[in-house]
Design a protein around this ligand. Structure first.
Ligand code: AMP
Length: 398
């Protein structure tokens, strides 16, 4: 296959991030990356950098809508100043029970995935919007969906099945997990020496953990939606369902309709809980570490809950894997927060995990376990765009 420019799109609530790779047989080279940020504001930012980090576009346009933001990207890539993409890969958290394979995007496929918006409610509406716009603004260019749930599709039924009445299971309610493209990228980077028993902790603003056996996902902490699992920036993680019912009943006392009450509950569980809810201060680990230094007890409790939950989860995954060869930290906190890594691992000596404090004093890729640690502990940044490009190239060749 000749070398071709492939565009990768990853959209969030207020931004559209993208990168362009030159991709051919075995060849992957990032040409450009960029972002439109501040959607919904009068003064957003739009930038594109080359592979050496030189800014080729640096603007502060008004971004009243997502449509305006995406058109800026499409116009730039059609301007002749950049290689126009011949294929496009879209990150998607979850396509529901009927869409579990990465594949070519058609209008019918978008409609099908949109039926399951409730399974990633903060992400799916934006992702399907960008897919439709992408088909319209890049006519004739094949678009492919790359799912986070793809990596987790190997989990056994005992893990994916939820303990609920069958009628809801039949609606597709089950564990799908998230951050799958990040996990896939860690396994990819470990090749050809992927350990048999691996735990990866993706600790970013959203946080999850996976147990991976022989490179395949065995279990992951997030559930039907990214709200489940370990506590993260603004999400509860797994919680006694009675707590949600209690909050729902409180909300229902003043809500105008059942759907308004459900929306409010979703906001509480997904946007106001987690580190933000407990600290009553911030969902950002850097703010919490600063506050702890100033003696803020709620920030201390929030971070302690975070590290305690993760340590417990690691313990249960060691049991599930029946041992552990390697543990990997990734995501913004996993890569950068030296203290969180030390606090999580502090109580895990019995599992054969021992950090070397000097090696752990690092940001970015490194082996951080002590010489005598039975388990190798590593920090590896994710390479999600590269994984999406790999899938696009594979699917183009099919
Ligand atoms: P992500 O969602 O992967 O971008 O990760 C965001 C999280 O990483 C936020 O909680 C940040 O506070 C945290 N983070 C990023 N850089 C640092 C740092 N240098 N020290 C501590 N936490 C960091």
């Amino acid at each position: 296959m000749p070398s071709l420019p492939v565009l990768v799109l990853n959209s969030g609530s207020s931004s559209i991030k993208f990168s362009v790779y030159e991709a051919g047989d075995g060849e992957r080279r990032k040409l450009h990356e960029g972002a439109v940020d501040g959607i919904g504001t009068d003064q957003g930012s739009f930038w594109i950098k080359d592979a050496d980090g030189n800014k080729l576009v640096d603007q502060n346009p008004a971004l009243p809508t997502r449509a305006v933001a995406f058109k800026l990207v499409a116009d730039a890539l059609h301007s002749g100043d950049f290689p126009a993409p011949v294929a496009i890969g879209h990150r998607m958290v979850c396509g529901g029970p009927t869409v579990q394979e990465n594949q070519l995007i058609t209008p019918a496929l978008i409609d099908e995935m949109e039926r399951y918006t409730a399974f990633a409610p903060l992400h799916t509406p934006i992702a399907v919007y960008i897919m439709r716009e992408s088909l319209r603004l890049f006519p004739g260019v094949p678009n492919f969906v790359c799912l986070d749930s793809y990596f987790h599709r190997t989990m056994p039924e005992v893990v994916t099945h939820m303990p609920i009445p069958e009628e809801y299971s039949a609606m597709g309610v089950r564990r799908y997990g998230a951050h799958g493209i990040s996990y896939e990228s860690i396994v990819y980077q470990l090749q050809p020496n992927v350990p048999e028993k691996l735990i990866v902790a993706h600790l970013g603003n959203g946080a999850s953990i996976s147990a991976i056996k022989n490179g395949k996902c065995l279990d992951t902490s997030m559930g039907l939606t990214p709200t489940g699992g370990i506590i993260s920036g603004t999400r509860t993680g797994d919680i006694d369902p009675g707590v949600l019912l209690f909050i729902l009943r409180k909300i229902a006392e003043t809500a105008k309709s059942a759907s308004e009450a459900a929306d409010q509950l979703e906001t509480v569980a997904s946007k106001k809980a987690g580190l933000l809810g407990v600290s009553d201060l911030s969902n950002d680990m850097r703010d919490l570490r600063d506050a702890i230094k100033e003696g803020n007890a709620k920030a201390r409790l929030a971070v302690d809950k975070f590290t305690w939950t993760i340590a417990r989860w690691i313990g249960s995954y060691v049991a599930e894997l029946n041992g552990l060869d390697m543990m990997v930290f990734t995501g913004g906190i996993g890569e950068n927060d030296i203290v969180s890594r030390a606090e999580i691992c502090a109580g895990l000596g019995a599992l054969g995990i021992a950090l070397d404090p000097v090696r752990n004093n690092v940001r970015g890729e490194a082996v951080i376990s002590a010489e005598n640690s039975r388990v190798t502990v590593r920090v590896i940044p994710p390479a999600e765009d590269l994984i999406i490009v790999n899938h696009v190239v594979r699917l183009l060749a099919e």
